[in-house]
Design a protein around this ligand. Structure first.
Ligand code: UT7
Length: 404
């Protein structure tokens, strides 16, 4: 008997047992918490306070050293250029005060965010992905024709069939290349970087463009203050080239994880309903519902898992936190960055952040911050950058890169 597991809201899993001869499927529901709890959970706990940060440091000090894992160390791939783009339309925290019951002070102190940008008019996600890609190619000093692989990491494509081929064509990448989308929410850019680097490491491809682009302002509920103040639209892109030897490689180590048991804590779910088509048949039809997030749980998950995964990636690279010149985390919350940095014993001066200006741009956030830091001269050739992404899935991962 065939089985398909389909996900419905709130981590419930409905297992449909399909009869091979088309008998009516029977539904079996497991562990379904109340749907109404989504994105609404409250707690008086002050995360990020001194006590919890101290506890985190103590826990971290007691944690065993990570083992180096075979095949997750240096790859023969080197980042050589980066670029970014964001829409024109800026939404400030004062603007948010006119949209939902919030204050600029709350948003700034609880998240670090001051502004975000949103697509407007005829702007599309492809537009900013293409602009970021072109900027990265110019920064790398190569031509679009040199690219033979394009991965667009996004959870909010213009076209559900995938934006990567049209982004590649819009940039001028020839059809000798292949392009595809990769969806891993806010971890997407790093998952895509590792994926592209594997192709380069294998020697079959020479130059890859990895784009992280999202437009989550399309998918937030603008009446939900828990989420709408957080997200903005933006894109970043990075060019990687294959290297002859591992010694020249710039992807020094990586580690990636996912845990679908926590998927209900952050989702953009498809909701379907029965629709009759013709006299005899029914299909399931629907649409995506706005983002719902249990912020507290995602916060706890991020502060628990991100230090660990960075240590794992560093161990795979044969490095320690002392070797890290820059810590670059997904730009979700400045308090998460503070706790992660503290747990790793990395001073805040080494933490790159620009969420003040862009908010959380999901897959766009890491390359967007990387691009600004390279453009400003803060990141220099040879610098070691420990990056980590985390978010829906739940998914999380870290890549340690040597720049340039
Ligand atoms: O990109 C994917 C990864 N995402 C993340 O990493 C997000 C992780 N989570 C967070 O960053 C934080 O949990 C949030 C920023 C989302 C929320 O911060 P928090 O300190 O966890 O706040 P909370 O959800 O516990 O809410 C505290 C209070 C609540 O009021 P009561 O129940 O204490 O009266 C909320 O209703 O703050 C209230 N609140 C707001 N107040 C003003 C929630 N959102 C707002 C708001 N303005 N925008």
């Amino acid at each position: 008997m065939l089985r398909a597991v389909i996900a419905v809201a709130a981590c419930a899993q409905v297992t449909i047992a399909f009869s091979p001869l088309g008998a009516a499927p029977s539904l079996r529901r497991a562990n379904a918490p109340a749907l109404s709890a989504q994105g609404k959970q409250r707690s008086g706990l002050k995360l990020g306070n001194k006590k919890s940060a101290l506890r985190a440091v103590v826990e971290s000090a007691a944690a065993p050293a990570k083992e180096k894992k075979m095949g997750r160390g240096v790859l023969k791939a080197r980042p050589i250029g980066v670029g970014h783009a964001a829409p024109q339309s800026k939404i400030t925290n004062s603007d948010m005060e006119k949209i939902v019951e919030t204050t600029g002070e709350w948003i700034q102190t609880r998240t670090g965010i001051e502004n975000r940008y949103a697509l407007k008019g005829k702007e599309t996600l492809r537009d900013i992905a293409i602009a970021a890609g072109k900027a990265a190619i110019a920064d790398a000093g190569i031509k679009a024709e040199d690219i033979d692989l394009v991965i667009v990491a996004t959870s909010s494509p213009d076209d559900m069939f995938g934006d990567a081929p049209s982004v590649a064509s819009g940039i001028g990448v020839p059809k000798t290349a292949f392009a595809f989308d990769l969806t891993a929410a806010c971890s997407g850019f790093l998952f895509a970087t590792v994926t592209a680097s594997q192709f380069l490491n294998n020697g079959g491809h020479k130059t890859a463009l990895v784009v992280g682009a999202d437009a989550l302002t399309r998918w937030v509920d603008w009446s939900d203050r828990n989420t709408c103040v957080l997200f903005g639209d933006g894109a970043g892109a990075m060019v990687l080239t294959s290297t002859e030897t591992a010694d020249e490689g710039g992807i020094l180590g990586f580690e990636m994880h996912s845990d679908g048991n926590g998927y209900c804590n952050l989702q953009l779910p498809y909701q379907q309903a029965d629709r009759a088509v013709g006299p005899e048949h029914h299909v399931l039809e629907g649409d995506y519902e706005p983002i719902s997030m249990n912020g507290k749980e995602v916060y706890k998950f991020a502060t628990r898992e991100v230090p660990d995964v960075i240590e794992e990636a560093l161990a795979n690279a044969g490095l320690t936190t002392a070797d890290v010149d820059h810590l670059l985390l997904h730009q979700a919350n400045i308090r998460i960055m503070e706790i992660v940095a503290q747990r790793l014993g990395i001073p805040m001066e080494k933490v790159i952040h620009n969420l003040e200006e862009y908010g959380n741009t999901s897959a766009g956030s890491i390359p967007l911050a990387l691009s600004e830091a390279v453009a400003s001269g803060r990141i220099k050739k040879g610098d070691v950058i420990a990056c980590a992404g985390f978010g829906a899935g739940l998914s999380w991962g870290s890549t340690v890169m040597r720049w340039g």
